[in-house]
Design a protein around this ligand. Sequence first.
Ligand code: PLP
Length: 264
Amino acid sequence: MVNEFPQVVTIAGTDSGGGAGVMADLKTMQARHVFGTAVVVAVTAQNTLGVQDFMAMPTKLVDEQFASLAADFKIKACKTGMLADAGHVHNVVENLKRVDFGPLTVDPVMIAKGGAALLASAAIATVRDELVPLATVVTPNLPEAEALTGLKITDTKGMIAAGHALQALGAKNVIIKGGHGANPQTASDFVLLADGQSFWLSAPRTNTIRTHGTGDTLSACLTAELAKGVPMATAIQTAKGFVAAAIADTIQVGHGHGPLNHWV
Ligand code: PLP
């Protein structure tokens, strides 16, 4: 008998440049040996220099993509990424409640490294109030954690407080990514698990502008590991290690914030 291959879905926006969003997610899923599928919520015109334009899909088409997957696949884990605006966040939440796509990783994507807003500011409250409560794990960077919790994070104590605030909002497990922090040597993430245990994950900081899609890659790798049944703490450690290796083993593509090497 052929065993069913682990199937996962990314619910997110595309990147025509291939380095972030749905494209980074599918490449990561392939690298982690799970079968990646996608619900495209928005399409961006993008390269390594920035986001030139984007448009959200009609919500009816988003509904139909959810229905297509639910009718045919056994999705074992899912993630959300760029969701564009409050209406689309709400629509995705409604769809997630209708289907059983397994553990949900919420990557609360807000602003691209080049400065483009991938989520309307009015939608932050919708992510906080409707999507975060569904999250098996939420993976904000520091600015996203601040936006969701209303806290100003200036040190490790602030990261710990934000982790607990996100759990109070309903997320079961939390990773606060410290990549936007001030320490020049290391990037440290704070992890708070559902059972209250917490730990720090540190990786040496690589001096590179080739970091496009790091958040997507982390959350996609985490989703892949959860689909395989890997326990949360181990899945998080694997995802952090995968991203660190993908940043360190750089490839030369494009003229700006280059994409990661997903072949590590
Ligand atoms: N484009 C899309 C569709 C994304 O989902 C993301 C991040 O989640 C980005 C761009 C931004 O990537 P970065 O800020 O890593 O360059």
